[in-house]
Design a protein around this ligand. Structure first.
Ligand code: QV4
Length: 474
């Protein structure tokens, strides 16, 4: 279940973290569809516990499978899926199959008004009782399979997926979403569940809904959150044949490279050459909603210049199933999404350039990022050719004769004739500007009969990358 069921030449998924369904529907129609995005990963859809201050992570603590959260209700969810599918943008849901909520004093009331007593492992909204869970224990040794798969991840009540009842409830929940037209699922905390149990669940799911434009017999796309830095007891390899797997080493290594801890010339063998999963099994990202909050190698929106370069490389190099992060501004791990005094999530608003304001970052609306989504579509099905580097942090390469990329992460200028592999003509650099009514608002590059063009990326230019492709010819 590795096929994401993209439309046409589309290629890139965006995670609209904590967005409301009605806002996503609007975004599909007004921005994602027109810009060629392939799909949206949405935040968990089922009822969750209400935590004080409304941190984003309350949505990772389920109470029932009713489809009411701060993002909206079932009707709004269904409307979003239909409207996005209508403009060729697929919806993938973040699903919590591993656990229910953590401890809560007394009776908890969820976002759909359902009561539960998590301490007693009592979730009448499903219903689940204590016998549907593994006995409580703590994960202290992350290389102990029993602990990782049968104890409680941060105290979250750990469902027993080997039980027929639990399996049936999970399958019913996922099938309900399939009925509503989703294309697949991000499986949260997959590493904490036995792969045999997941195999049973995935293979029991309905085919995708033909009324939403999916061909007959389409299987739901599955991508599983398994954090494997290499050499872990529970490894990504146990899951990769069931569906795609998040390739966390991609995120860490691309961060290292563009932070300057590793020369860009080494990226020539990027992908499986770095020990990553085979391309069709790897869900790739510069940052995700968890690791963007950790200090360390991973880049996030707070280092925009390097982040944009890393994202350009991510989307230009033909490896993996790409996902772009779209965040809200945060100070610490618990910062809630933009919300009003009644703790309702507020809708994004846009300035005259289309950039988000009021606490939403919307990386996917940064020109340098959405332009690379277009680049990836334009060069689809071509190989890397014509790799060049200066032996250090200046690199360039072609995607067949359809696209060309150059990066400068040195403290001196890149100024020279390079092989762009493109047909002769003048091309607009889609990073520094856009092609509007046939003229380029940024740098232009003239390519001669031999495919060479003069490339300049100053060390103090606003962006350290330049991108040309056949759909942006002046
Ligand atoms: C606290 C203590 C625990 C204690 C527990 C007892 O920290 O030691 O056992 O109380 O009740 C929140 C709080 C956390 C709290 C927990 C339970 O932050 O302090 O535990 O709730 O009340 C998200 C957040 C977590 C959050 C959780 C549930 O990141 O902070 O915990 O949601 O609300 C590993 C896994 C990987 C996982 C990653 C974070 O292998 O699967 O850790 N990633 C996924 C999601 C992630 C999510 C979860 C899993 C859980 O991407 O966003 O965690 O669904 O690497």
């Amino acid at each position: 279940q590795h096929n994401p069921h993209w439309w046409g030449n589309r290629n890139t998924i965006v995670h609209l973290f904590e967005w409301k369904w009605s806002d996503i529907a609007q975004e599909c129609e007004s921005f994602l569809g027109p810009r060629g995005f392939a799909g949206v990963q949405v935040s968990p859809v089922n009822e969750n516990i209400i935590a004080a201050g409304r941190p984003w992570w309350e949505r990772y603590q389920p109470i029932s499978y009713k489809l009411t959260t701060r993002s909206g209700n079932e009707e709004e969810f269904g409307d979003m899926v239909r409207r996005c599918n209508d403009v060729g943008v697929r919806i993938y849901v973040d699903v919590l199959l591993n656990h229910m909520s953590g401890d809560f004093d007394g009776v908890a009331v969820g976002t759909a008004g359902t009561e539960a007593e998590p301490r007693k492992k009592s979730f009448p909204g499903v219903p689940y009782t204590a016998q549907d869970f593994h006995p409580t224990c703590e994960i202290t040794d992350w290389n102990d399979r029993f602990q990782v798969q049968q104890c409680e991840l941060v105290g979250l009540k750990d469902l027993d997926q080997s039980s027929d009842w639990v399996r049936s409830k999970l399958i019913e929940f996922l099938d309900h979403l399939i009925e509503l037209g989703v294309a697949g699922f991000r499986v949260d905390a997959a590493k904490h569940m036995a792969s045999e149990d997941l195999e049973y669940i995935y293979s029991s799911l309905s085919n995708l809904n033909i009324d939403h434009g999916f061909p007959h017999n389409s299987r739901p796309f599955i991508f599983q959150e398994v954090i494997d830095h290499g050499h872990e007891t529970v490894s990504r390899d146990e899951y990769k044949d069931l569906g795609a797997v998040t390739e966390f080493r991609f995120s860490e290594e691309i961060g290292n490279a563009f932070r300057g801890n590793n020369a860009l010339k080494w990226l020539q063998s990027w992908g499986t050459g770095w020990g990553f999963l085979p391309s069709g099994q790897a869900l790739t990202f510069v940052d995700n909603h968890d690791n963007q909050r950790d200090a360390g190698a991973v880049l996030n929106y707070k280092s925009p210049r390097q982040y944009k370069m890393a994202t350009a490389f991510h989307l230009a190099y033909p490896y993996g199933i790409s996902r772009v992060m779209s965040s809200f501004a945060f100070d610490d791990h618990d910062t809630p999404p933009p919300q009003d005094a009644q703790e309702r999530i507020i809708s994004p608003e846009f300035d005259e350039d289309g950039a988000c304001v009021s606490g939403w970052i919307c990386e996917h609306r940064w020109r340098q990022i959405y332009a690379m989504v277009g680049f990836k579509n334009a060069v689809r099905d071509t190989e890397i050719t014509g790799w060049w580097d200066n032996g250090d942090n200046q690199i360039s390469f072609c995607r067949g004769n359809k696209g060309f990329l150059a990066f400068n992460n040195n403290l001196y200028d890149l100024s020279q004739d390079l092989n762009t592999c493109l047909p002769a003509g003048t091309y607009c650099d889609v990073i520094s500007g856009s092609l509007i009514d046939g003229s380029c608002t940024g740098k232009s590059v003239t390519v001669n009969e031999n495919g060479y063009g003069y490339i300049h990326i100053g060390s103090d230019d606003f962006d350290g990358v330049l991108a040309l492709h056949v759909d942006a010819k002046v």
